[in-house]
Design a protein around this ligand. Structure first.
Ligand SMILES: C[S@@+](CC[C@H](N)C(=O)[O-])C[C@H]1O[C@@H](n2cnc3c(N)ncnc32)[C@H](O)[C@@H]1O
Length: 309
């Protein structure tokens, strides 16, 4: 098994893709290539798999891992841009997106994603561009920081955390993950911190990471772009890892299932917006007990699957 990243809900996600030999598939979040390898195995030398990742480290790792498959095509980029990343005439038999960061990203201290190790505040998945967490935390207004932390993590201490960040940076700019952990520690009273499940800085780090990588705001349009590239009967499997992400995916799926904007009492639809998908099963699937025991990082995973109609 890869020590880069243990794929979450591997068999369920690939099973629901219903892989057909000769089909054209997309892994929009290649990571260590776990889901990709299983798709390629099932394609058995036929068809094609495009693997997109915005992190060049992931692309080199997965490309080396999958070098035996000459029907694998790695692409550097953001899956929200599939319209420009995939050739115009490609219609997909299926796609998977396994959202968030990989274990490799989390466990590589210098990437700045982890509150466990002191490291520069980077947090970019794609280090070829964009602003770092350090740049944003030292320049954004107090209100913007507070609103962002609250919006992307539901952290109830967001306002105080933002105040402490601004207080610290007035002395000297925040430089490392330890500086951000210190702001959280200063903001949340000790008695409250003791009762928080997990690390007190977990929510703040999640929110800053989401902001830096623009992970959520683009998601509804990105999902629609992928759905528009599916052949009729083609499937999209989406794995989420926190409630805000999952809520957004659920809302997007509901919209694409029923985009009609006519008043509910209208006798016939006049808006002309037609459903693009149906769900493959209702609600979500979650990891098995066995997977939870083997890989605690899978604990918050939720899988949804839809089919193009
Ligand atoms: C959870 S990991 C995927 C793990 C992969 N399924 C595996 O089995 O190894 C998420 C990966 O997706 C990438 N990623 C996240 N959001 C992305 C986006 N919008 N576009 C492209 N890649 C993205 C991250 O850089 C990371 O490598």
């Amino acid at each position: 098994m890869s020590d880069y990243h243990v794929p979450v809900m591997l068999h369920e996600a690939v099973e629901y893709l219903n892989i057909k030999k000769g089909g054209i598939y997309l892994d929009g979040t290649l990571g260590g290539g776990g889901h990709s390898e299983e798709i390629l195995r099932r394609l058995d030398g036929t068809g094609r798999l495009y693997g997109i990742d915005r992190d060049k480290d992931a692309l080199s790792y997965a490309s080396a891992r999958l070098k035996a498959y000459n029907n694998f095509i790695p692409i550097h980029g953001n899956f929200r841009d599939i319209d420009i990343l995939l050739p115009n005439d490609v219609m997909l038999s299926g796609a998977v997106i396994d959202l968030g960061v990989s274990s490799h990203q989390l466990d590589t201290p210098e990437r700045g994603f982890s509150y466990h190790e002191e490291a520069p505040l980077d947090m970019r998945m794609d280090r070829s561009g964009g602003i770092t967490a350090e740049e944003w935390l030292n320049t954004a207004s107090k209100d913007e920081i507070a609103n962002t932390i609250y919006k992307y993590s539901d952290e109830r201490w967001a306002k105080r955390i933002a105040e402490k960040i601004v207080e610290i940076r007035q002395e000297s700019p925040l430089k490392t993950t330890t500086d951000l952990v210190r702001a959280v520690d200063m903001a949340i009273p000790k008695a409250v911190r003791r009762n928080i499940q997990g690390h007190p800085a977990k929510r703040t780090f999640q929110a800053v990471r989401i902001k830096i990588n623009e992970e959520l705001d683009m998601l509804p349009k990105a999902i629609e772009n992928i759905v528009d590239r599916l052949q009729i009967g083609g499937r999209l499997c989406i794995i989420t890892f926190h409630s805000i992400e999952d809520r957004l995916v659920k809302r997007t799926i509901n919209y694409l299932r029923n985009p009609c904007s006519c008043p509910s009492n209208a006798p016939i639809c006049t808006c002309g917006k037609k459903p693009k998908i149906k769900t493959v099963f209702s609600g979500v699937k979650t990891p098995s007990q066995g997977e939870l025991a083997q890989n605690p990082r899978s604990s918050s995973a939720k899988l949804r699957a839809v089919e193009r109609i």
